[in-house]
Each structure stands twice: as structure tokens, then as C-alpha cells.
Write a protein that binds this ligand. Structure first.
Ligand code: HEC
Ligand code: HEC
Ligand code: HEC
Ligand code: HEC
Ligand code: HEC
Ligand code: HEC
Ligand code: HEC
Ligand code: HEC
Ligand code: HEC
Ligand code: HEC
Ligand code: HEC
Ligand code: HEC
Length: 314
């Protein structure tokens, strides 16, 4: 609609200029022009032409000086988008902090000339705003990784990036190296197959028990040193131990002794750790009573199923 108006007003103007006199020539008058103005007489033609033109921008009675007094406002992103829709959509979806005026970056545009081969030259330079390279001197060539400046945080998994993981994530790399496991052999991108993507352990492994969550896995196994198991109370329940230690679990879960009320991890607070009885019981017997015995279990037999009555026999 807007465009139609402009075209008809331009054709009106052209005719006026060509014939040097104003004729109502059958063209539809520009929208907003009143009949009185269209019927104006010859002596005011020049001024008339100007005011007619300005009608379409709804200002009144401007002189040539006034008309050209200001620099035009920058085209807004939406205006650029009328022709560059795909780029606008990229910025809209994943532009992040680059959702600024296009012209803030493109201070030159529509100046590409294949003969001059000036594409690189006219394209915005990251340095203009990012004055110090944020990842250090080694990674100064921004477009090596930020392939699409209109979606700056979407960094594709190129070979170049894959070789550089450790430059920015040194602690993860260090953990994998310091605590060798099957994960060390995998390489970062076996798991992170998109930059920033965090896979669930369950993508590659079965849980120890049904319903065990990713949160639980991470609590016991740090992803980059999975054999450094740590017991976190919430997730280190007896049923998880049961997945691998069913003998101990069977005894413990059926015992009549008071140890049946003591959780596995109260005694085994680290994986593989064997507690000393005295940690909880101090010295329950007079020293002369136990001095001929190698350990408490010579009399108490089985810590997971204390013989609460028979135990006195020794
Ligand atoms: C943060 C700076 C920045 C902003 C904001 C920005 N651009 Fe760009 N744009 C660039 C850079 C840098 C390149 C060159 C990319 C290259 O060389 O691969 C580019 C390239 C382009 C190109 C040519 C390459 C292509 O993909 O077609 C067009 C067209 C373009 N931009 C339009 C726009 C429009 C329209 C907007 C706003 C809606 C916009 N840009 C906003 C930085 C920006
Ligand atoms: C009336 C349509 C139209 C509008 C509006 C428009 N462009 Fe373009 N632009 C084009 C066309 C056509 C090309 C050449 C073909 C191509 O690269 O897509 C182009 C090319 C470009 C290029 C790459 C080549 C060069 O010479 O710079 C950039 C960058 C660009 N436009 C930025 C912008 C920005 C920024 C805006 C808004 C301020 C804008 N354009 C508004 C039509 C338009
Ligand atoms: C016209 C200025 C300008 C130019 C040119 C520019 N940027 Fe930015 N960029 C910004 C601003 C402003 C921010 C937000 C900074 C902040 O909040 O700390 C930003 C943020 C970013 C971010 C983080 C985006 C986010 O959403 O958090 C990346 C990545 C980035 N820029 C990369 C680039 C690259 C690569 C180039 C060159 C292709 C470039 N920028 C060119 C202004 C610019
Ligand atoms: C080796 C690849 C690589 C190079 C080269 C590179 N970047 Fe990045 N940059 C990344 C990755 C990956 C991210 C993280 C993106 C994300 O949020 O997932 C990032 C993030 C950023 C951020 C956001 C910072 C933050 O801490 O959240 C800015 C800003 C940025 N880059 C600007 C630049 C600029 C400017 C250059 C060139 C001087 C550049 N980058 C060069 C890979 C690179
Ligand atoms: C140039 C620096 C740089 C390189 C190279 C780089 N990253 Fe990143 N990475 C970042 C930045 C910056 C972030 C964003 C941190 C944030 O969101 O605050 C990030 C985020 C991540 C995240 C998500 C972290 C989270 O907390 O969600 C993962 C996973 C990741 N990177 C893995 C990798 C892998 C794997 C590689 C190699 C293929 C790699 N990165 C290469 C800079 C880099
Ligand atoms: C076997 C799969 C696997 C491998 C191999 C792997 N990661 Fe991870 N990574 C993960 C998982 C799972 C997480 C989420 C851990 C969490 O949230 O506790 C993660 C988290 C991360 C994070 C985010 C850390 C944070 O504290 O938020 C970064 C960065 C990262 N990895 C980088 C790397 C790098 C770099 C490599 C290679 C040197 C690598 N990863 C190798 C699975 C892996
Ligand atoms: C992309 C697949 C993948 C993901 C995601 C993954 N792993 Fe693995 N993991 C493997 C492979 C492959 C092995 C070696 C073969 C095997 O034991 O199945 C392995 C081995 C292990 C091992 C034994 C290590 C050794 O050296 O014996 C543990 C423990 C482990 N993973 C735990 C986890 C945990 C916990 C997570 C989540 C934080 C996780 N994995 C995420 C692929 C993966
Ligand atoms: C309560 C802590 C705990 C939780 C929660 C836990 N694990 Fe384990 N996981 C272990 C222990 C302990 C081992 C045995 C380590 C060893 O052999 O030294 C183990 C071993 C593994 C292994 C090595 C292969 C095997 O089966 O022996 C894989 C793989 C594994 N866990 C994956 C997972 C995944 C996936 C999850 C989450 C669904 C998970 N773990 C949750 C404690 C836990
Ligand atoms: C995925 C299987 C798995 C799970 C789950 C598991 N363990 Fe183990 N555990 C093992 C393996 C394999 C060993 C022997 C290898 C070693 O010494 O690390 C072991 C060793 C032990 C030992 C030391 C045995 C000795 O002879 O020294 C104790 C104690 C133990 N586990 C307790 C637990 C407890 C408590 C839980 C639950 C919170 C648990 N484990 C969960 C696989 C598992
Ligand atoms: C983590 C602490 C802890 C450790 C380690 C521990 N116990 Fe106990 N034990 C208890 C608790 C709690 C009770 C119940 C006390 C009560 O209710 O009066 C108990 C009770 C007992 C009883 C009385 C049983 C009953 O059912 O009346 C015997 C015997 C005993 N422990 C022997 C041992 C021996 C032997 C060891 C070492 C092999 C040991 N305990 C290690 C916490 C522990
Ligand atoms: C009251 C403390 C206590 C509790 C509760 C306890 N344990 Fe033990 N556990 C021990 C002690 C002490 C030993 C060492 C026994 C020995 O030296 O013969 C042991 C040994 C083990 C061993 C090594 C193999 C063996 O039988 O010697 C495994 C595996 C084990 N416990 C798993 C478990 C599991 C699984 C649970 C829970 C279902 C559990 N324990 C509960 C104290 C406890
Ligand atoms: C010579 C055999 C013998 C030895 C060795 C022995 N005990 Fe006992 N213990 C007994 C007898 C007998 C009882 C009384 C049992 C009963 O009343 O059911 C007992 C009772 C206990 C009780 C329960 C006390 C109560 O008030 O109910 C604990 C706890 C205990 N012993 C811990 C230990 C610890 C810890 C050691 C190792 C330092 C140990 N015992 C070594 C024979 C022994």
C-alpha cells in the first residue's frame, strides 16, 4: 500500500517537472492531497511540487532547506529485514546480545563490488567492538569459530574447535588426564557432539537400578573422572549397592541385629572403605576381655548380620 502511494506521487511529480505546469492529469492524486491543493495555479508550481511530495510524509509547508536539514534515521532491523528476512530470523532466534541495529555493525553495506573483490573489507570487524580478544591471543581469528555472527553463540563443531577444547576448558581436560578412565579415551566430542551440549549418562549406560536419574549418576561419578566415585547420601541408598553387592545386601536387609538399621554408607562412607568398629563403638569391652582375639569379628562373626544371641558362645 505504502509503496503504491509513493509510486503515484513520484509519477505526479515527474509530469509536473517535465511539462513545467500543473495539470490535473487523470492520475489518482496522492493520498492525503486535498482537492484545493490539486487545483493550485501555475505561479506556485515549484513550491507546490515540494509540498505535494511532502504530503506523503505528512509534513506541511517545508522548504528545500528544511527538507534536507537532517540526516535520515538509520534503517531499523525490521526495515532491513524486509529484504533480508533469513538474517533477521537468525538474529531473532539466536542473536543473543547481537540483537542491535544492523547498521551498528554494518556501517558499510550495499557496497560489495565483485570486480574490486572487496567483500572481506566491507564486512564488519569484530575488533571494532570486541577490542580485546576474549579467549586470548591464540584465538584472535573470530570467524574461525563464530561462523555466523548473526547467531554468535552457535559455534559449530569444526575440526578447529575440536582441537581447541582444552584451551578454554582446561580443568575438564586436566581431570580426564589425571584420572584415566575409559572416558579419557573417548575424546570430548564423543559426548559433547554439539558445542555446549551436555549428554545424559543414560544415553550410553544403563542405570544400576531402575529409575536412577542423571542427577544421581553425576552425584556419584564426576563425568570427567568417573572412577572417582563419591557417595552422596541422597543417592547412595542400599538398593544401589545391591546392584553389585547382593550378598551383603541380602544379609543386611534380613538381619535381626541393630546393624540392619545402620545404612551401608554410614559405615562405608567412601567406596571400598572398611570402617573400624571403634569409630562408632569406642572400646565396648575391657581390654583384658578381648586381648586374646585378633579382631571384634572373631566373636561377632559377621558385621552385616551380627549373631545377636549366639555371639556369646566364644
Ligand atoms: C554484531 C554485528 C552484526 C550485526 C548486528 C548484523 N550483522 Fe550482518 N554480518 C556481520 C558480519 C561480521 C558479517 C560477515 C560474515 C562473514 O564474512 O561470513 C555479516 C554479513 C551479513 C550479510 C552478508 C552475508 C550473508 O550471510 O548473506 C548480510 C546480508 C547481512 N550481514 C545483513 C545483516 C542484517 C540485515 C542485519 C540486521 C537485521 C545484520 N546483518 C546484523 C555482522 C553483523
Ligand atoms: C530493498 C531491499 C533491501 C533492503 C531494505 C536492504 N537490503 Fe541489503 N541487500 C539487498 C540485496 C538485493 C543485496 C544483494 C544480494 C544479497 O546479498 O542478498 C543486499 C546485500 C547486502 C549485504 C551484502 C553485500 C554488500 O554489498 O554489503 C549486506 C551486508 C546488506 N545487504 C545489509 C543490509 C542492511 C544492514 C540493511 C538495512 C540497513 C539492508 N541490507 C537493507 C537488498 C536490501
Ligand atoms: C557493533 C559492535 C559489535 C561488533 C562489530 C561485534 N560485536 Fe559481538 N557483541 C557486541 C555486544 C555489545 C555484545 C554484548 C557484550 C556484553 O554484553 O558483554 C556482543 C556479544 C558477543 C558475543 C556473545 C553473545 C551473547 O549473546 O552473549 C559473541 C560470541 C560475540 N559478540 C562475537 C562477535 C564476533 C565473532 C564478532 C565479529 C564477527 C562480533 N561479535 C562483532 C557488539 C559487537
Ligand atoms: C577456537 C574457537 C573460537 C575462536 C577463535 C573465538 N571464539 Fe569466541 N567463543 C567460542 C566458543 C565455543 C564460545 C562459547 C559459546 C557458547 O556460549 O556456547 C565463545 C564465546 C564468546 C563470547 C561470549 C563470552 C562468554 O564468556 O560467554 C564472546 C564475546 C566471544 N566468544 C567473542 C569472540 C571474539 C571477539 C573472537 C575473536 C577475537 C572469538 N570469540 C574467537 C569459540 C571461539
Ligand atoms: C574459545 C573458547 C572455547 C573453546 C575452544 C571451547 N569452548 Fe566450550 N565453552 C566456552 C564458553 C565461553 C562457554 C560458555 C560458558 C557459559 O555459558 O558461561 C562454553 C560452554 C561449554 C559447555 C557447556 C557448559 C555448561 O555449563 O553448560 C560445554 C559442555 C563445552 N563448552 C564443551 C566444549 C567442548 C567439548 C569443546 C571442544 C569441542 C569446547 N567446549 C571448546 C568456550 C570455549
Ligand atoms: C563420556 C562423556 C564425556 C566426555 C568424554 C567429556 N565430557 Fe564433558 N561433560 C560430560 C557430562 C555428562 C557433563 C555434565 C557433568 C555435570 O553436569 O556434572 C559434562 C560437562 C562438561 C562441561 C561443563 C562443566 C561444568 O562444570 O558445567 C564442560 C566445559 C565439558 N564437559 C568439557 C569437556 C571437555 C573439554 C572434554 C574433553 C577434554 C569433555 N568434556 C569430555 C560428559 C563428557
Ligand atoms: C557418549 C557415550 C557416553 C556417555 C554420555 C557417558 N559414557 Fe561412560 N562410558 C562410555 C564408554 C564408551 C565407556 C567404556 C566402555 C564401557 O565401559 O561401556 C564408558 C565407561 C564408563 C565407566 C567405567 C570407566 C572405566 O574406565 O572403567 C563409568 C564409571 C562411566 N562410563 C560412567 C559414566 C557416567 C556416570 C556418565 C555420565 C556422567 C557417563 N558415563 C556418560 C560412554 C559414555
Ligand atoms: C551411589 C553411587 C552411584 C550412583 C548413584 C551411580 N553409580 Fe555407577 N557406579 C558406582 C560404583 C560404586 C561403581 C563401581 C566402581 C568401581 O568399580 O570401582 C559404579 C560403576 C559404574 C560403571 C562401570 C561399569 C559397571 O557397571 O561396573 C558405570 C558405567 C556406571 N557406574 C554408570 C552409572 C550411571 C549411568 C549411573 C546413573 C544412572 C550411575 N552409575 C549411578 C556408584 C554409583
Ligand atoms: C556398579 C557396581 C557397584 C556398585 C553400585 C557398588 N559397588 Fe562396591 N564395589 C564394586 C566393585 C567392582 C568392587 C571391587 C573393586 C574395588 O575394590 O574397587 C567394590 C568394592 C566395594 C567394597 C570393598 C570390598 C573389599 O573387599 O575391600 C565395599 C565396602 C563396597 N564396594 C561398598 C559399596 C557400597 C556401600 C555401595 C553402595 C553405596 C557400593 N559398594 C556400590 C562395585 C560396586
Ligand atoms: C557407623 C557406626 C558403626 C560401626 C562402624 C559399627 N557399628 Fe556396631 N552398631 C552401630 C549402631 C548404631 C548400633 C546400634 C546401637 C544401639 O541401638 O544401641 C550398633 C550395634 C552393634 C552391636 C549390638 C547388636 C545388637 O543388635 O544388639 C554389636 C555387637 C556391634 N554393633 C558390633 C559391631 C562391630 C563388631 C563392628 C565392627 C566390625 C561394628 N559394630 C561397627 C554402629 C556401628
Ligand atoms: C555397621 C557397619 C556396616 C554396615 C551397616 C555395612 N557394612 Fe559392609 N562392611 C563393614 C565392615 C566392618 C566390613 C569388613 C568386614 C570384614 O573385615 O570381614 C564390611 C565389608 C563389606 C564388603 C566387603 C566384602 C565383605 O563382605 O567383606 C562389602 C561389599 C560391603 N561391606 C558392602 C556393604 C553393603 C552393600 C552394605 C549395605 C547393604 C553394608 N556393607 C553395610 C561394615 C558395615
Ligand atoms: C571374646 C569375644 C568378643 C570380642 C573379641 C568382642 N566382643 Fe563384643 N561382645 C561380646 C559379647 C559376648 C557381647 C555380649 C552379647 C550380647 O549381650 O548379646 C558383646 C557385646 C558387644 C556390643 C553390644 C553391647 C551392648 O551394650 O549391647 C558391642 C557394641 C560390641 N560387643 C562391640 C565389640 C567391638 C567393637 C569389639 C572389638 C573391639 C568387640 N565387641 C569384641 C564378645 C566379644
Amino acid at each position: 500500500m505504502k509503496r503504491d502511494n509513493n509510486i503515484s506521487s513520484i509519477s505526479v511529480l515527474a509530469i509536473i517537472v517535465l511539462f513545467g505546469l500543473f495539470v490535473v492529469n487523470g492520475c489518482t492524486p496522492p493520498r492525503g492531497a486535498t482537492t484545493a491543493e490539486n487545483e493550485a495555479t501555475a505561479p506556485s508550481i515549484e513550491k507546490k511540487a515540494v509540498t505535494d511530495k511532502t504530503k506523503t510524509t505528512s509534513s506541511h509547508g517545508l522548504t528545500a532547506e528544511e527538507l534536507y536539514a537532517k540526516a535520515p534515521p538509520e534503517l531499523t532491523p525490521v526495515q532491513c529485514a524486509q529484504c533480508h528476512r533469513p538474517i533477521y530470523q537468525k538474529l531473532q532466534k539466536a542473536g543473543g546480545k547481537h540483537r542491535i541495529f544492523c547498521t551498528r555493525c554494518h556501517d558499510k553495506f550495499h557496497t560489495y563490488n565483485p570486480v574490486q573483490n572487496n567483500w572481506r573489507e566491507i564486512m564488519p570487524k569484530c575488533k571494532k567492538c570486541h577490542t580485546t580478544p576474549p579467549h586470548g591471543e591464540k584465538h584472535k581469528d573470530c570467524l574461525n569459530c563464530h561462523k555466523e555472527p548473526h547467531t554468535p553463540r552457535v559455534v559449530p563443531l569444526t575440526e578447529y574447535l575440536t582441537k581447541s577444547c582444552g584451551d578454554c576448558h582446561s580443568s575438564e581436560l586436566a581431570q580426564l588426564k589425571k584420572f584415566p578412565s575409559a572416558h579419557t579415551k573417548q575424546g570430548c566430542t564423543a559426548c559433547h557432539d554439539k558445542h555446549g551440549f551436555i549428554p545424559s549418562c543414560l544415553n550410553c549406560h544403563d542405570p544400576h537400578v531402575e529409575g536412577q536419574t542423571f542427577e544421581a549418576c553425576k552425584a556419584c561419578h564426576p563425568a570427567h573422572k568417573p572412577l572417582q566415585v563419591q557417595f552422596v547420601q541422597k543417592y547412595a541408598t542400599a538398593d544401589v549397592c545391591n546392584a553389585c553387592h547382593d550378598e551383603e545386601y541380602e544379609k543386611w536387609s534380613h538381619t535381626k541385629s541393630k546393624h540392619g538399621k545402620v545404612q551401608c554408607i554410614q559405615c562405608h562412607d567412601k567406596h571400598g572403605f572398611i570402617p573400624n568398629c571403634s569409630k562408632c563403638h569406642g572400646t565396648p569391652h575391657p581390654p583384658e576381655f578381648v586381648k586374646h582375639f585378633k579382631g571384634c569379628l572373631e566373636c561377632h562373626i559377621d558385621v552385616h548380620d551380627l549373631p545377636t544371641k549366639q555371639g556369646t558362645k566364644q
